[in-house]
Ligand binder design. Sequence first.
Ligand code: FAD
Ligand code: N01
Length: 540
Amino acid sequence: MISKNQYDAIIVGAGFSGMYMLHRLRSLNLKVRVIEKAEDVGGTWYWNRYPGARCDVPSMEYSYSFSDQLQQDWDWTEVMAAQPEILTYAGEVADRFDLRSDIQFETNVLSVVYNDESRSWILETDGPEAFEATYCIMATGCLSVPNTPDISGAANFKGDIYHTGSWPHEGVDFTGLTVGIIGTGSSGTQSIPVIAQEAKHLTVFQRTPNYTMPAHNQPLSDSFRNDAKANYADIRKQQRESMVGIIGYGYGFGGATTEEPTESILDTSREERDHLVETLGFDSIQRFIDIGVDMGANELACDMYRSQLGKVVKDQETAQGLMPQNYPIGCKRPVIDTQYFETFNRDNVTLVDLRKGGIEQITTSGIKTEQGQFEFDVLVYATGFDAMTGALLAMNIQGKDGIKLSDTWDAGPRSYLGLQVHGYPNLFTITGPGSPSVLSNMMVSIEQHVDWIFDCISYMKDNNYDLIEASGKAEADWITHVNEVAEGTMFTVSSCHSWYLGANIPGKPRIFMPYVGGVGLYREKCDAIVKNDYEGFNFA
Ligand code: FAD
Ligand code: N01
């Protein structure tokens, strides 16, 4: 017999979103439970333990700002910390605020159903218990459902198979082994140089080459840390008001330069561009203001990029194979790397450019492509995630009158502000589709959403409301706005096949999911809606 545990609020997920949401709701004296399928906190940083995993936003900025004591006490060791350090940080936050006592680990939420009569959400899990709550807050992550492509013959492979998005805790020792890796997005680009150093041989199966920029990661000095800590109030304020939640304090974007781009690439001559590539390498394209807004400018930058790639990679056939073609810089999530292209100069690394002939099947001992058979002992998928909607749709959410989220989102996700979906009262999504989310430093977006939801529930308590629902009109108007601002940007050009558009998952509706207006502007809009008595939301 399943017992029902009654709560004021259930939060699903114990990554950075769920942990902070729990901390805030506790202060309202609500009865709150977090349900998390992992064995511990950390979310992304719990699951993605692949070699080379690290953040690509400076850690002084990719960290919680809600507790000044925490940000003063914590010392990041590098500009962009590696996964073990970020996971330790998540553990420290859980200890410091005693979060684990209200988190139920190793429990997977399988269904989330609204009961119209009791006006509550019923959550069923893979455990013996079910849960009932007035509020249900989805902190399930934008990149938490690994995508394993359906390649024929995969079950026949005799060796070990790993996915970067659910890496074994004990690590993998590649010493003496031949390895095949599929995928050259951020996860592949980070792991390939590290695996290559350990493995006997690494074969990289690349379907689409990426534009990746040097990370320039480095250790942080005490003086830099102290200086940043002394200025934290100002840094955090600037982050919140910025476009993407990053100001690049002290190191600029990717550590390449702290100077704002000022020049137009269209005003430069061929000779000037060649000279810039010669002297600054890949960093040369960071100085231009127009490559993100003008297709002609973008093409010139792509040429500079390919020219530098041809200098770094010695074998010219391999260099050609690594060169992105026919889609603009900036339409996909930026990738930064440490010694990625240099890795292809190693004798033990082979590039298989799948543009010359794709994968036919996985065999018992490797991968058969239209170009021939490649043999290896171990297979690694670095093939990404069912992003933004994957975790939400996996929970079989049913709203008012039994309507299913999978039907509501049949043609792509719909939401008001990325915070609520019409027809699903009292259900909130942290960094949901329709909010800046993955186009930003996620920590800034997470904290903003958690604070907004906290304020909203406080307001409801103060006004004796027990139900909030986004109106259909507000939702429709918001989606129109989200689409309008995305139109004409690099993100939506037809040559771009990004996971922002759902293009990485066969059959997924192609629709641009995040809000491109910027975190500063978005925050202003959310605040204005609150000031206007929660315009677009109905209370009961
Ligand atoms: P997550 O960390 O994804 O946590 C969601 C949690 O929900 C998970 O623990 C999951 O197990 C749990 N969950 C999901 N479904 C269920 C269910 N049905 N039942 C129970 N539990 C469930 N962002 C940046 O801004 N900067 C970076 O540098 C950066 N680096 C990244 C590097 C990698 C390798 C990846 C994959 C992502 C990176 N991101 C980065 C994005 C990152 O996901 C966010 O920054 C942030 O960690 C998300 O936190 P979250 O709590 O919202 O989601
Ligand atoms: O996933 P991806 P990811 N056959 O989707 C290829 C965050 N993140 O895990 O481009 C052959 O970007 C696919 O090829 P193609 C960050 O937000 C951050 O790398 O579809 N190849 C692509 O090369 C990031 O954007 C960090 O043609 C197949 C790769 O697999 C997001 O997570 C680190 C294939 C998938 O790339 C996702 O990154 C890691 C097939 N059937 C992740 N299917 C930081 O550094 C897929 N591919 C902060």
